[in-house]
Design a protein around this ligand. Structure first.
Ligand SMILES: C=C(O[C@@H]1C=C(C(=O)O)C=C[C@H]1O)C(=O)O
Length: 181
């Protein structure tokens, strides 16, 4: 069985050089900063900041039972008037009452600015997935796209502060390919 296409399996290896999104997928620093360096009109636009359940392939990564509520932050990163990334973050409520309490008031400020400013925050290795229409995050990411591509490349990692995890998933949208590398 080709597990790569299973809905819940994420790869530890990034796609090869034939993948046009590879340079973005393997960016180790702040994605926000990478886009800001290549776009003179960067912005973060909120989609949701509500309590809800993590996706089926997320809950265990941040120590939650599937039925447990978490704070879900979803934003689009924009360059000029084009959405280039759909970002979905899962923040356990316990963490929100503890080390991550500042995140509830982030608003339109990029999460990355907070995550990469604190050297105590640790990041897990990135994992990658080609999201198809069966994945919940594909459907959410496609909402602003005039044409829904057959798949979207995504990556995710867990950021930990004082043993309190948050899961950050970034779904790369076709307009990001218009940015210079
Ligand atoms: C983790 C980062 O933060 C970015 C901004 C996010 C937000 O504002 O919610 C979420 C994920 C990233 O695309 C980063 O800049 O690398």
């Amino acid at each position: 069985m080709n597990f790569r296409h299973q809905p819940l399996i994420w790869q530890t290896r990034a796609p090869g050089a034939k993948c046009l999104f590879r340079p973005w997928l393997i960016e180790q620093g702040s994605l926000t900063k990478s886009i800001q360096l290549r776009c003179s009109a960067f912005s973060v636009r909120n989609v949701q900041l509500n309590q809800g359940k993590a996706c089926r392939d997320e809950a265990a990564l941040v120590g939650l039972e599937q039925r447990e509520q978490a704070l879900l932050r979803e934003v689009y990163l924009y360059c000029h008037e084009k959405p280039v990334v759909f970002a979905h973050s899962v923040i356990p409520l316990q963490g929100l009452r503890g080390p991550w309490q500042a995140l509830s008031g982030l608003g339109n400020k990029p999460l990355g600015a907070a995550l990469f400013a604190n050297p105590v925050i640790k990041r897990s290795p990135l994992a990658y997935k080609k999201l198809g229409s069966r994945h919940e995050l594909y459907r959410r990411a496609c909402r602003l796209l005039e044409i829904a591509p057959p798949f979207l490349w995504a990556r995710r990692s867990v950021f930990s502060l004082k043993n309190s995890p948050i899961l950050v998933t970034e779904v790369f949208l076709p307009p990001i390919l218009d940015l210079p590398l």
